[in-house]
Design a protein around this ligand. Sequence first.
Ligand SMILES: O=C(O)CCC(=O)C(=O)O
Length: 169
Amino acid sequence: MDHAKAGTARPRSYQGVIDESLRKSEYIEVPPALEEMVIAHCAAHVRGHFGVTPARKPAQPAVIYRYGPGVGFVAHHDEVTDVERERARTNGQPVVGGDVTLVIWLNTPDSYGGGELFFKNPTQDFKPSCGSLIAFPATRDHIHGVRPITRGERVTLVVRTDAEVAGAR
Ligand SMILES: O=C(O)CCC(=O)C(=O)O
């Protein structure tokens, strides 16, 4: 949290779309060593559920997002398709993607209103305790988003990881 508060937050939209109505959260990038520690900490859980080992994507630093009142994130998926690549090519926004997305909550649910992480198919809303991890495949069938914050601020660490399959080469 201190790292998030001290950092220089910059606006960022998503997947090459510069449109603050889609997402207006601020973010800072996480140092590689901290990202490695977080991934190592989550690895057993990810392996247990998905049978793959999450690995850092060096070109794509993990980020801490801060969502303030009125801010959410529209329903989207994390798969990088030609649509996202073309948008990124034309407007200079980074393409972000991976195989497995990790979301880790950095503040307590009572410190903000709204802000549930929601999924479609099946419909599910999550507002977990500080330190919780939700991991999900970064595929187009995992549509998700963040409900707008009604009070306070919501802070999450999002790590987009590659999936390493044991024995694959
Ligand atoms: O901040 C979150 O909880 C989720 C962010 C998200 O959906 C994403 O970055 O793809």
